[in-house]
Design a binder for this molecule. Structure first.
Ligand code: SAM
Length: 293
């Protein structure tokens, strides 16, 4: 008989794990959510309707997936741990609009696999309780791919959410804030206490909502050079921009002169630190450096 309880109800999660003899793997970031109310809130924040396709990373035993499939047109989920596939086949057996792929999302060609699996062209939302050990690579994999992801609603460690959402001049601001804010508008929707996971992690989490901008926030003439500049500006924390740029691009007279001229033309004081520069200032500097090449 069909079990009417949600998968995330703690007693049902325990029963599913016991029935399948499943032991959680810490190395794969397996902290499962066992609080249905949090899942209801995630689905509400994500605004999933039958006119959206959803990609989920790491369905686990399907706690979030069952809510996604009940609301979306189709759900495509990537799960690296093959032991979870028979469990998902069991817990999600009544749904026909879910496709589970046993693969590492980082090794996935997102454009190709989306074309192969989604039958309708609808806006794509990424909704996931991300494995903490690879949160940033997964987010960048989606942002840098050519897949037109409209929104990402992801659970990440609270501290990572704060870094992504940070303003210039704050302690949390860094290359990750810039890399994400370049493509997306960012918002922390709500905080999730560590007590709602099995096993309980050491830190609280947050739901981060990222919405694709129609155009990147700033205009840059060479994206690759822009991202190189940003990485270099934050390479040595607590050092000035001047120190960091020389450290990265080189100290020979020609390089120094190129950097100095570009900083002067972009009207950026070399004694400032990277964390005080806005996205617009980084773009200005990068474009000037390109012009002076
Ligand atoms: N969605 C479930 C939930 O909310 O309870 C499980 C979330 S758990 C934090 C992360 C899931 O991601 C695990 O099921 C883990 O096996 C899976 N995972 C870890 N690394 C992955 C990768 N590289 N690609 C796909 N899935 C991965």
């Amino acid at each position: 008989m069909k079990d009417k309880r949600e998968i995330a109800v703690p007693a049902r999660t325990r029963e599913i794990l016991a029935r399948h003899g499943f032991t959680l793997k810490k190395s794969l970031g397996q902290n499962f959510l066992t609080e249905p109310n949090i899942l209801h809130k995630i689905v509400e924040v994500a605004g999933i309707t039958p006119t959206s396709n959803v990609i989920e990373v790491g369905p686990g035993i399907g706690a979030l997936t069952e809510h996604l499939v009940q609301n979306a047109a189709q759900v495509l989920a990537f799960e690296i741990d093959g032991r979870l596939l028979p469990i998902l086949a069991d817990t999600l057996q009544e749904y026909t609009n879910v496709m589970i792929r046993n693969q590492d999302v980082l090794q996935t060609d997102l454009v190709q696999i989306s074309q192969e699996n989604f039958t309708q062209q609808l806006p794509i939302k990424v909704v996931a309780n991300l494995p903490y050990y690879i949160t940033t690579p997964i987010m960048m994999h989606f942002l840098e791919s050519a897949l037109p992801v409209a929104e990402m609603i992801v659970m990440v460690q609270k501290e990572v959410a704060e870094r992504i959402n940070a303003e210039p001049g704050t302690k949390a601001y860094g290359s990750l804030s810039i890399a994400v804010q370049y493509y997306m508008e960012t918002e922390i929707s709500f905080i999730v206490p560590k007590t709602v996971f099995v096993p309980q992690p050491n830190v609280d989490s947050a739901i981060l909502k990222l919405t694709r901008r129609s155009y990147p926030k700033v205009r840059v003439s060479n994206e690759q050079a822009f991202f190189e500049l940003i990485r270099s500006a934050f390479q040595l924390r607590r050092k000035t921009l001047w120190n960091n740029l020389q450290h990265h691009y080189g100290k020979d007279p020609a390089m120094k002169s190129w950097l100095q001229t570009s900083l002067t033309q972009a009207e950026i004081d070399p004694s400032r630190r990277g964390e005080t520069l806005s996205l617009e200032e980084f773009a200005q500097l990068s474009n000037t450096m390109e012009e002076n090449k």
